[in-house]
Design a protein around this ligand. Sequence first.
Ligand code: 5AD
Ligand code: SF4
Length: 447
Amino acid sequence: MREKFYHIMTFGCQMNEHDSEIMAGLLENMGYREAPKRSDADIILINTCSIRENADKRFFGSLGQLKRLHREKPGMIVGVCGCMMQQEHIIDAIKKKYSWVDLVFGTHNIHELPELITQILNERQKVVSVWQEHRGIFEGLPAKRRYPFKAFVNITYGCNNFCTYCIVPYTRGRERSRRPEDILKEIRELADSGVREVMLLGQNVNSYGLADGFDMDFADLIYAVNEIEGIERIRFMTSHPKDLSDKLIGAYRDCEKLACHIHLPVQAGSDRVLKRMNRKYTRGSYLELIRKLREATEGRIAITTDIIVGFPGETEEDFRETLSLMEEVKYDSAFTFLYSPRPGTPAAEYEDQIPEPVKHDRFERMREILDEGMAENNAVYEGRIEKVLVEGPSRKNRKTLTGRTESMKIVNFEGRPEMIGQIVPVRITEAKTYSLVGEVMEWDTRQ
Ligand code: 5AD
Ligand code: SF4
């Protein structure tokens, strides 16, 4: 029998990336292989994101491009999944304008993928199967991971926070946590298979276990992962400031494997805006967390964030508070966003929406401050020796290797292919705004 191939296109966050790894695992178990190129595929899946409007637009653009390929290749299955499919108006649009799409499923029933495909193949008909709500956590799903040496591990799913701009609580449902024993078993198995770095994933990892009444909280989980032999680095994403505990801050002191970095989305620097966003913390309490994190790590911790500009009602004065907060914290990096109204969220209904040109102007000003802070932070690295987890050849120059420091900074350096997947010491020779350049130190392969 001829080999069958799949191709998955992924939009959005790490959760989606990991969901795509699981879909790839399920397809491989059915005998499919990754297609060398998209046009070779028998199954194409698009895993979508709803976080901002341009993600929606890019999805419909990609789908439009697939129409011809689908027509020219009889038997090819095109499926769409992910956050956008949890919204009724999107499913309606697909049924009306893209009725040639063979398969639609949602974020809660990824595990059903093999059955859905078998159904399409046997019955030669389209399948739409979207669960409106989650029906528990499905353990034991396979995953075809992108890297053999670092892995995403889900610890919570969904979100209970309902920030007024955000669609996620509607597309991913209520927060639930995986049992500690399931998480620790997965990480032990990953370590045995050669994984060195784990990224614990959740919309808000800080509330891990609380809604489910576990006797282990997020900090306890970090301490437990720190004990697993073979794991060398622990990361997590994302962390809501309102639930960041002193106990977790203490873990930075005690757990040598916990990477000295935190991604702590601030979103805005003005209390008035934070309140309207329903973030449940203040500028003051956020800055106090930063102070404690720096104190616990003797100033070593790298801090990254998410910032939205142009939230409804944001005045010039509010915006300046965001800029001044950025100057005060001096972030190591940030994901920066123009506010994008999402249908179905409270903020999309607010009457005081900000005109696009104002949003763009603020965005540019914010980027300048961010770049200044990043360049200043990176300059401190010159001359330092950093432990770098080598990820592979650099995208720009295949002869150079690229990797990340504990603080998540990208380092490019000359090296040998056998260094890929290892943590190697690199002396930083040059700091740029977005990356570092270095030279590898004496390195023993037996390390
Ligand atoms: N508009 C702009 N940015 C948004 N984010 C979430 N929803 C929106 C929106 N409607 C950003 C937030 C969040 C990140 C994942 O995406 O900053 O932390
Ligand atoms: Fe969205 Fe807020 Fe939940 Fe993050 S915490 S996923 S921004 S609702």
